[in-house]
Ligand binder design. Structure first.
Ligand code: PRX
Length: 574
């Protein structure tokens, strides 16, 4: 049990939006949220219209929607400009014959063109598939193949990672760059956009029509395509209002990349549905750069991750004192456990409580949070939002009393719940195996005040720097290395990254353990799969613990690593 459980930081004076809704659990009705959209009457909608065009129609088109900067660019876009650009891109897609329901992927760094591409794709009713720019060949191919993508938007430098000859369904590659080499199926983004009309018919879809597929990892099998529909916007809008606390005039910065769900639900949808000015910073993390971004734009609401806060903490207070961060009103975190230590540090250096929020790729939006009006217990994820019912249940589906550890489960449904796992109904069913509940795969307990406390993953999924990594995908790549006979991968606790990837490896005949070999194996994963999936630590073993059916027992590897008892070994090979 958490030692710090008694500690409570009361809610400081706040202008919480929650008061707009009935805040008791019984009185809450999602219909009250829906009524704020006109499609409540027609039933036909499009998230991109509600996020961008609606503000133009309401006379707010001149407001700043996007403030973008990286090492070489510094640009601002109004809602009206984004409307025109996304219309143009919608027309570019339509010219190729792309239709409602087709999968269109985006694989590029954070630039305005990425955001325009995502909005334009949604406008034609196609389903967006975001890919993180660090993905290498195998990772890219697996995702395009599984989803049957027909088009991808990318940059010249990433082009070589797309194996077109192995992807028969992929017909169009839209390349964003200054010099685009012509080729079959290649569309030059710039010239196509220049020739396209800035007016477009929006594809009005049903609320259950497809919006986005985010690929994410489980402990077995290839990454799974988590499929979300337009109806999710109700939750994005609502949580943007009551959890991000977005208000008139806010300058909001979410540091996540759209390759991950936080970068779309809260880097695109929630802020724009609420009409906020959205800051996008390209390039890589550096403490000075981040503080400079907050100061430059006068960021008021800032959403980031524990790893980033821990790195900022590590960078010390000197760097903070060089910047004026007084614009900050509300700070939030997601992705991994937020240490009480970090909360206390945030209070000291920013004068703000860092609000933890809990949710997952599959949930599409925030569910358990420290919303602004809630007294905070540092170390807890907060409480379920009004409209959401959470519980700790055992494997039989019995609801457990306070302080008992078990499966963190959510009563179904809620607006942004995933609607399928692409091509894999069996995987989807697993989440709902207990009637009436979504089983998250996290273990937690609830205290007597209804606050939830994260304890860990029930499966072997690794969470490194807030990025979710499936051990199977890494192991599959490792065994492709000529020296590797067998590989088992675990998450090893790490003070900054939460966990790092550690691989246990047995070598093939004729290979000897060495530091060079470790480096070479790690690089092999980095180049073949992606940098964040590469093991930071490798240990060679003569033999790995396996079940009689030949499955590597990661649980035993973990016990070795943590010097814990190995538990039941009745299924081990010998
Ligand atoms: O284990 C939980 C952890 O991240 C998992 C979901 O990862 P992903 O789908 O990549 O989504 C991350 C961003 C929404 C969860 O099953 N996790 C997420 N938020 C928290 C967390 N663990 C502890 N505290 C959190 N606030």
């Amino acid at each position: 049990m958490n030692q710090l459980q008694g500690e409570v930081i009361s809610a400081v004076a706040t202008s919480s939006n929650l008061g707009d809704y009935e805040t008791t659990y019984e009185g809450f009705n999602w219909k009250d949220v829906e009524k704020e959209f006109s499609w409540y009457e027609t039933g036909k909608l499009n998230l991109a219209y509600e996020a961008i065009d609606r503000h133009v129609d309401a006379g707010r088109g001149g407001r700043t929607a996007l403030l973008y900067s990286d090492a070489t660019r510094d640009e601002a876009f109004t809602f009206e400009e984004l409307q025109h650009l996304s219309n143009k891109f919608a027309n570019v897609l339509r010219d190729t014959g792309i239709q409602k329901g087709d999968r269109v992927f985006v694989f590029m760094p954070r630039t305005p063109e990425l955001y325009v591409s995502i909005l334009g794709t949604i406008k034609v009713g196609a389903v967006v598939g975001p890919l993180f720019e660090a993905f290498m060949e195998t990772a890219v191919k697996d995702r395009l193949e599984d989803s049957g993508a027909v088009a991808i938007v990318t940059t010249p430098s990433l082009l070589s990672r797309i194996k077109r000859n192995e992807l028969p369904e992929l017909q169009h590659i839209i390349v964003v760059g200054d010099e685009v080499e012509p080729g079959e199926g290649i569309i030059d983004f710039k010239s196509a956009m220049a020739g396209a009309s800035s007016e477009a018919e929006i594809e009005w879809v049903d609320r259950e029509d497809g919006l986005i597929i985010h690929y994410t990892s489980g402990s077995t099998g290839k990454p799974k395509g988590v499929y979300h529909v337009h109806n999710a916007m109700i939750q994005h809008y609502y949580t943007g209002k009551v959890v991000l606390d977005l208000q008139e005039g806010d300058v909001y910065w979410c540091t996540a990349d759209p390759g991950w769900v936080t970068g779309t639900s809260y880097g695109i949808f929630a802020p724009w549905l609420n009409g906020a000015t959205n800051v996008i910073r390209g390039g890589r993390f550096s403490p000075a750069d981040w503080y400079e971004t907050i100061q430059k734009y006068g960021v008021t609401v800032w959403y980031s991750a524990p790893t980033a806060f821990r790195m900022l903490m590590g960078a010390g207070e000197d760097v903070i004192s060089k910047y004026n961060l007084s614009s900050l009103r509300h700070v939030l975190s997601v992705g991994e456990p937020l240490n009480p230590e970090v909360v206390r540090w945030g209070l000291k250096v920013y004068g703000k409580r860092i609000h933890d929020t809990w949710w997952m790729t599959e949930t599409g939006g925030q569910l358990i949070c420290n919303y602004p009006s809630l007294p905070m217990k540092p170390g807890s994820m907060g409480r379920p939002l009004p409209g959401i019912e959470a519980a700790i249940i055992d494997d039989m589906g019995n609801v457990l009393p306070p302080y008992r550890m078990g499966n963190l489960a959510i009563k179904t449904p809620w607006p942004s719940m995933m609607r399928k796992i692409w091509n894999n109904p069996a995987k989807y069913e697993e989440y709902f195996r207990i009637q009436g509940w979504y089983i998250s795969g996290d273990s937690a307990y609830m205290d007597e005040d209804g606050y939830f406390w994260f304890q860990g993953r029930i499966d072997d999924v690794i969470n490194s720097s807030g990025e979710r990594i499936g051990p199977f995908e890494v192991e599959s790549k490792l065994v492709e290395h000529p020296a590797v006979a067998e590989a088992g991968v675990i998450g090893k606790p790490d003070p900054t990254r939460g966990e790092i990837i550690k691989a246990f490896i047995s070598l093939r005949e004729g290979f000897e353990p060495s530091e060079e070999l470790k480096a070479d194996i790690s690089k092999f994963v980095k180049v073949g799969l992606s940098a964040h999936a590469a093991p930071r630590e490798i240990e060679f073993k003569d033999k790995l613990p396996k079940t009689r059916s030949g499955k590597i027992m990661r649980r035993v590897l973990k016990a070795w690593e943590l010097q814990l008892p190995v538990g039941d070994l009745s299924t081990i090979e010998d």
